[in-house]
Write a protein that binds this ligand. Structure first.
Ligand SMILES: *[C@@H]1O[C@H](CO)[C@@H](O)[C@H](O)[C@H]1NC(C)=O
Length: 315
């Protein structure tokens, strides 16, 4: 097992990514780093809740004030959050700009957004992929340690005073991989009792045909994907308008169900593809899983060890 000191020593290298840190998070009391590791080519049990379902939160659920906002801390290591002692109070990763997966220096065009999802169940073990609905988006994410999410005013109260939430993200300048930090949450100050509609899988829609209404998170790059990804670097699943997500509170999720665009056959709404063909590197082994020989990349920083990025592939 790595010591915390060793993990911190590794941070300035390519081993830098981002996670959500809060006492309500699953694995909040882990080694302070593993929580941020991106997920690629994993089995369902390995990626769902980052494999941390058994590592129950010790803190109270995160409060989500209906019609208000919640500020979460996103960082490449717990040490840089208010729960550690090495941060500057504003930077998500003071030691490694590569952790943002958005170029060096950070290129605003490579900031892809992140989202918060909620399931109206009180036991994380009961939550299924199709239960999560994205209720808030911050399209300027990840840049800052403290990231603000607006909470829809119509969010109803949670059953038994507790819901299950998760934070989702992916980078642009990175291999095909996704991030998920699960946490307990609780809607406070609720005035509406209308439930969130049944969330549908999002679709790439830069050319039109966006899924409207409640949407599931983007599950991809691992087993059980719910979205169709073309494999095009610039069409990666992302929490912005390219995939039908607008910045801020998702106020269109109480519609009692999504309304798929009429121009698309229903079969496309529910089709699933295996991503293994677009991520041949998943099978290759190296120190940084998912970033081995053959993995998609934009810069050398996206590739493990001494591998370089050549022709958008690590080699
Ligand atoms: C969740 O919020 C409701 C409404 O404010 C409150 O009554 C309940 O005690 C909260 N649950 C927890 C676990 O704090």
């Amino acid at each position: 097992m790595y010591s915390k000191a060793l993990l911190l020593a590794l941070l300035p290298t390519a081993f830098g990514h981002i996670g959500l840190w809060h006492p309500s998070a699953y694995d909040f009391n882990g080694d302070g780093y593993t929580l941020v590791v991106p997920m690629s080519g994993l089995s369902f049990n390995q990626w769902w809740f980052h494999g941390n379902l058994a590592k129950k939160p010790t803190g109270a659920p995160m409060s989500l004030p209906a019609g208000g906002s919640v500020t979460v801390e996103l960082a490449c290591n717990k040490a840089y959050t208010s729960y550690g002692n090495q941060g500057d109070g504003r930077t998500a990763c003071p030691t490694d700009v590569g952790s943002y997966h958005a170029g060096n220096p950070i290129d605003p065009n490579q900031i892809m957004g992140c989202g918060l999802a909620i399931a109206y169940k009180s036991n994380a073990n009961d939550v299924k992929q199709e239960d999560f609905a994205i209720f808030s988006i911050n399209t300027n994410c990840v840049r800052d340690l403290k990231t603000v999410f607006s909470v829809p005013a119509k969010m109803p109260a949670c059953p038994g005073g507790k819901c299950i939430c998760a934070w989702f993200w992916q980078g642009q300048s990175s291999a095909n991989e996704m991030y998920m930090t699960g946490f307990d949450c609780n809607v406070t100050g609720a005035s509406s009792t209308v439930a969130i509609g049944k969330p549908a899988p999002p679709k790439y829609c830069a050319n039109g045909g966006c899924v409207t209404g409640p949407k599931q998170p983007l599950y991809w790059a691992n087993s059980n994907p719910n979205v169709v990804f073309s494999g095009d670097y610039y069409q990666k699943p992302s929490y912005n308008s390219k995939w039908g997500f607008q910045n801020g509170a998702q106020n269109d999720i109480f519609s009692g169900g999504n309304s798929p665009p009429v121009s698309n056959p229903p079969s496309q709404q529910t089709s699933f593809i295996s991503l293994t063909t677009t991520a041949p590197a998943a099978a290759a082994t190296c120190a940084w899983a998912g970033h081995c020989k053959g993995a998609a990349c934009a810069t050398d920083n996206d590739c493990s060890d001494s591998l370089i990025c050549s022709g958008s592939k690590c080699s």
